[in-house]
Design a protein around this ligand. Structure first.
Ligand code: NAD
Length: 256
């Protein structure tokens, strides 16, 4: 379905980003990976799916590195047809204790990077009259949780950016939508499981249950593969007129 198209997924060396990159690759899209940590493993995983894969290590908190990444993608594959703004970080603390440097980093990586990548991707998408911008927000783009001020503010911002991007391009073939996952068991969430286990004297399995019980009625983690299939739907012809939605995949979290 996506043969000949190129997808750039930020923060795709791990977790949800890697899951979405694999789902898009399975549909034939060439992939530009981005993120920190192990690069060769994710590159090899994508390459086995029979598509071309490239990597750029831009730090998503830095506008000039995002500019270099977008140029690299265009130079390597001709154009970015699908942009998935996924890179994100978390920090948990009460507002009065929240480290100012963590606030700035979360807003830069979770929100401002999506603005930069979007503004740089749009001209070529509009020229081709086809494009998909998929912003990985969160249930925290729709509702709040204590001790996550920067994250919740950034994700509400991402949902707002999604709506405006969708509206500004509503008469074109470029759509923009957000995905709002509940708990997904990635390194980002494992850190929160570990913190809960340590604070409450629980095992890893018990801490996971407590985490789910607090928020997610299904008592199940959403998987990167499930989120990848939602991204594939947004890229399909059936998604042509799906514009500006914030689609939750959260086991009932936001239905409460
Ligand atoms: P993760 O920690 O597994 O992956 C984060 C990715 O972002 C990694 O590839 C990492 O290298 C990259 N990254 C971090 N800082 C970066 C930077 N400055 N520049 C470039 N890349 C950077 O986390 P995840 O859970 O897969 O999270 C992915 C996205 O999904 C985030 O936006 C997160 O907020 C969102 N999300 C996660 C959950 C969850 O439960 N895990 C729920 C809702 C939303």
């Amino acid at each position: 379905m996506l043969q000949g198209k190129t997808a750039l997924v930020t923060g795709s060396t791990s977790g949800i980003g890697l899951g979405i990159a694999k789902s898009l690759a399975k549909q034939g899209a060439n992939i530009v990976l981005n993120g920190f940590g192990d690069v060769e493993g994710p590159k090899a995983e994508i390459a086995t799916l029979g598509v071309k894969v490239a990597y750029h290590g831009a730090d998503m908190s830095k506008a000039h590195e995002i500019e270099a990444m977008m140029k690299f993608a265009a130079d390597t594959f001709g154009r970015v047809d699908i942009l998935v703004n996924n890179a994100g970080i978390q920090h948990v603390a009460k507002i009065e204790d929240f480290p100012v440097e963590r606030w700035d980093a979360i807003i830069a990586i979770n929100l401002t990077s999506a603005f930069h990548a979007t503004r740089l991707a749009l001209p070529a998408m509009k020229a081709a009259n086809w494009g998909r911008i998929i912003n990985v927000a969160s249930t925290h783009g729709l509702v709040g949780s204590a001790e996550k001020s920067a994250y919740v503010a950034s994700k509400h911002g991402v949902v707002g950016l999604t709506k405006v991007t969708a509206l500004e391009n509503a008469t074109t073939g470029v759509t923009c939508n957000a995905i709002c996952p509940g708990w997904v068991l990635t390194p980002l969430v494992q850190k929160q499981v570990d913190a809960k286990a340590a604070a409450m004297g629980l095992s890893n399995e018990e801490a996971k249950k407590v985490l789910l019980l607090e928020k997610e009625p299904s008592m199940q983690f959403t998987t990167p593969e499930e989120l990848g299939e939602l991204a594939v739907f947004f890229c399909s012809a059936a998604g042509n007129n799906v514009r500006g939605v914030a689609w939750n995949m959260d086991g009932g979290w936001t239905a409460q």
